[in-house]
Structures are given as structure tokens and as C-alpha cells.
Design a protein around this ligand. Structure first.
Ligand code: PLP
Length: 445
């Protein structure tokens, strides 16, 4: 039998669960081949920030495709690329001076890690190469950044192919690794970075990478006040670069342009993807502090690295237009406003459910964590498949959510991610809450 029962030739990541064929996207809705409508409460995976079917972006891409389709960055670039990098730098802290284009989040983080390494060599610290990351994290699928991720299940089969690194405690207050509460917290999780740097040998550590607001591995989790300032101080003391992975939290999703903006701390490198192309084109970027640029320029440093599709003119045109639309329509402020409403409505609707442990988030990057036992905060086992079952149930009620998990020790827990397009209105939030409540009740009672 050459063609499977799924009636097509695609090799799915999970052959037992072929996905649903979509035929159209409009605003916050997706439509499948059978005419079913889903409210996209996850923007795919925190991607479709400005909603589906935006004609301005489609037109900008078509115009660019007609004019210049491709420019290989080894020797060429297009005006649309500069339009994109100007905008990315423009929405970033003043010290962020340059942007390097890639095609997605894994590429952005791989590039950031290599850039950190080259920077350390160029500034006369050639022994610095190690990267420290956090448990309960996700930085991408390629072997380099998968190794930095704290998501054991995703790594299991590939472990022999990867290099292990130090993972420090996550800033995860609901399951504080130190057993602290907000009133007794002394930011021990931030100080764990210093412990790890000293243990590794400060002259060997090049960078620390972390998500300002966690994505799929711990949806909506974000550190307590003062965390990033403490981390910044530790990085400065030991000559370690701070890389913030804003692949999911960036481009306005948390109600500020960057998740790190909530703290005022300026990292050396910001990585972005998902919301940059907003679903219209594969696109990502590495945003770079002026001090890195200066050292590279002064020393003639080269980033011996590149992806063929990096800087693609059509993708760049899409990204530039996405940022224009966000700015003109005030969508970042809207993400903050709608995020508060969604968080409140979630707490009112499912907050008292005996198997809802915590509801948290920033802007429209929100997580719901389910537990077996609320008092003991006992996580579900991965095998219980709670997030996947809730996703399927919600889809039956016309709402698409994104399952998350592998949070406790990189394996257990059940969480879902809610990250609708910023254009969602209050009626959309009502619809989301209705479908989600029914889905949760169907699976958990
Ligand atoms: C925080 C974070 N970093 C990196 C990635 C990898 O991005 P991509 O899937 O575009 O390679 C993701 C994807 O979910 C992510 O959420």
C-alpha cells in the first residue's frame, strides 16, 4: 500500500494522529476542509499575532515577490530586509543596534549561541564557550539548541547526539525549586546562575539563555520582580552574555514589544521569530547589542555561519508590514488589555476547578496548569495525556488551544497555552472561554 489511510503522502511527526487540513484563515478563525470553524486561541503556536488573512501583508509579499524574490546574503540584500531590521531595532531598547535575519526560532537561537562564542573569542576570551540555560525551557528543535532546552521527553531519543550543559533552577514560583513562597523568596533561582558559572569555571562560560515569559515548556510562567536585575548583575560580574529567547514572548505578545521590557533590563542578544513573520512567512531575527557590534567591527570578527533563506526579501517584506500594522493599530497595547480580560475570565470560569492548579501569564501569553491534586500540587503524568485530550475536546467545541508540558524535571505536568491573535475582541474571548470550559469539563469532569 503506497498511500496511507490519511489519503496523502505527507510524513507526519506522529503517524497515529494526522492533523486536520485547513483551507482558510480569517481574523481569529481557521476553517477546515469539512467547513468546521475553529477559534484560534493559540495563534497556531503563538505565531499569528495579527490574525489570519491580513490583506496588507499578503499584498506586501506579492509586491516583493514580483520585484525581487531572492537575494543570497553572502553577497546581496534587499531594501525590504533593511525595512525589517530598521523596524526591529526601532522597537528595541536603544542599546540594541543591529538585527540579523533568519527563518525561525531554532535558527535564531543557534545563531545567538554562535555569535556569543565568536564575540568572546574576539574580545580576547577564547576559553569561554559554555552556555548555561534553565530547566523547564525550550529553545528549539535543532540539536544545538535542543540540548540547551529543559524538555526531557523531546530530547530522549537524541541524547547521544547532543552535548549536555548546566541547567539552572527555573524561575517557577508555583513549583519553587527552593520551596519558597513570595514572602520568603530571595531570588534563589537567580543566584543559581552564579553557582553554575562558578562550578563550570567563570573563564569558560560564554552566555546564559532564558525565556522572559516561558512558552510551551511552562506556559505563562515568569520570574518574580528583581529576577532579571539579579541575573543581569551576575552576567556582568562574570563576563557572561545574556541571551533572551523571545521567540514566543516577543513582538508584543506579552503586552510590551519584548517580554524583557517588563523589567527594564537590557540583554546583549534578543532572539525572535513566531510573531515576526506572524504566520505569513518563516522569519526570525537575532537582535544585537551595540557592544557586540563594536567588538566585531573593531576586531574584524566574522560570524562564520548563515542559512540560505536568511534575509529572504519576501519574508522580510512580510515582517516589516506586520510591525507596521501592529504599530498603526496599537496591537501591543491591545495584547496587554485583552490579556488582562482573558486572565480574569479564565479565573472566573475554571479557576475553582479542583484540577486547575494555576492560571498565569503576561499579555496574551497565558498558561493553565492542571494537577491531579490541588492541595499537593501533584502533577499529572505525561502518559495521562491531559493537554492533548483537552485540545481534542476543545476542538470539538470549536476552539483551538496549544498543549504544553514536560515541565517538572523536564517530563511531567499538564499545561495548556492560550495565545490568541492580538486582534481578538471581547466576544472572541467569551467564545474561547465557553469552548475551553466545556473541553476541560469533558476531560476532567
Ligand atoms: C521559546 C522558544 N524558542 C525557540 C523555539 C523554536 O522555534 P522554531 O520552532 O521556530 O524553530 C520555540 C518554538 O516553539 C520557542 O517557543
Amino acid at each position: 500500500m503506497k498511500v496511507s489511510m490519511a489519503d496523502n503522502t505527507v510524513f507526519w511527526r506522529d503517524l497515529s494522529q494526522p492533523p486536520v487540513e485547513l483551507v482558510e484563515g480569517q481574523g481569529v478563525y481557521l476553517f477546515d476542509r469539512k467547513g468546521r470553524r475553529y477559534l484560534d486561541a493559540a495563534s497556531g503556536a503563538a505565531v499569528s499575532a495579527i490574525g489570519h488573512g491580513n490583506e496588507e501583508v499578503a499584498e506586501a509579499m506579492a509586491e516583493q515577490a514580483k520585484k525581487l524574490d531572492f537575494a543570497h546574503m553572502s553577497k546581496f540584500y534587499s531594501r525590504s530586509l533593511v525595512d525589517l531590521t530598521d523596524r526591529l531595532v526601532g522597537i528595541s531598547p536603544p542599546e540594541i543596534a543591529r538585527a540579523h535575519p533568519v527563518s525561525g526560532g531554532s535558527e535564531a537561537n543557534e545563531t545567538a549561541v554562535k555569535l556569543a562564542r565568536v564575540f568572546q573569542i574576539q574580545r580576547g576570551k577564547p576559553r569561554k564557550y559554555k552556555v548555561i540555560s534553565r530547566a523547564s525551557s525550550y529553545h528549539g528543535a535543532t540539536l544545538g539548541v535542543l540540548a540547551l532546552s529543559g524538555k526531557t521527553k523531546r530530547q530522549e531519543a537524541y541524547a547521544p547526539l547532543m552535548r549536555s550543559n548546566q541547567k539552572i533552577a527555573p524561575a517557577y514560583c508555583y513549583r519553587c525549586p527552593y520551596g519558597k513562597s513570595p514572602s520568603t523568596c530571595s531570588l534563589e533561582c537567580a543566584d543559581d546562575l552564579e553557582r553554575a558559572i562558578v562550578q563550570e569555571g567563570e573563564d569558560t562560560v560564554a552566555a546564559f539563555i532564558a525565556e522572559p515569559v516561558s512558552g510551551s515548556s511552562a506556559p505563562g510562567v515568569h520570574p518574580p520582580d528583581g529576577y532579571w536585575e539579579r541575573v543581569r548583575g551576575i552576567c556582568d560580574e562574570y563576563g557572561v552574555l545574556l541571551i533572551v529567547d523571545e521567540v514566543m514572548s516577543g513582538l508584543g505578545r506579552t503586552g510590551r514589544w519584548w517580554g524583557i521590557d517588563h523589567s527594564g533590563v537590557v540583554p546583549e542578544i534578543i532572539t525572535a521569530a513566531k510573531g515576526v513573520g506572524a504566520g505569513y512567512s518563516p522569519l526570525g531575527a537575532v537582535l544585537i547589542h551595540e557592544k557586540i557590534y563594536e567588538v566585531m567591527e573593531e576586531t574584524g570578527g566574522k560570524l562564520n555561519h548563515g542559512f540560505t533563506y536568511g534575509g529572504n526579501p519576501i519574508s522580510a517584506a512580510a515582517g516589516a508590514k506586520v510591525i507596521d500594522v501592529m504599530r498603526r493599530d496599537g496591537l501591543v497595547g491591545r495584547a496587554a488589555e485583552m490579556g488582562e480580560i482573558l486572565l480574569k475570565r479564565l479565573k472566573e470560569s475554571i479557576g475553582d476547578h479542583p484540577q486547575v492548579g494555576e492560571i498565569r501569564g503576561r499579555g496574551l501569553l497565558i498558561g493553565v496548569e492542571f494537577v491531579r491534586d490541588r492541595g499537593a500540587r501533584e502533577p499529572f503524568a505525561e502518559e495521562d495525556g491531559v493537554p492533548g485530550r483537552i485540545r481534542s475536546a476543545c476542538m470539538d467545541y470549536g476552539v483551538y488551544i496549544y498543549p504544553g508540558g514536560s515541565t517538572v524535571n523536564g517530563t511531567r505536568t499538564s499545561q495548556i497555552l492560550l495565545a490568541p491573535p492580538f486582534i481578538i475582541a471581547e466576544e472572541g474571548i467569551d467564545e474561547l472561554i465557553d469552548g475551553l470550559t466545556l473541553g476541560v469539563e469533558e476531560v476532567l469532569g
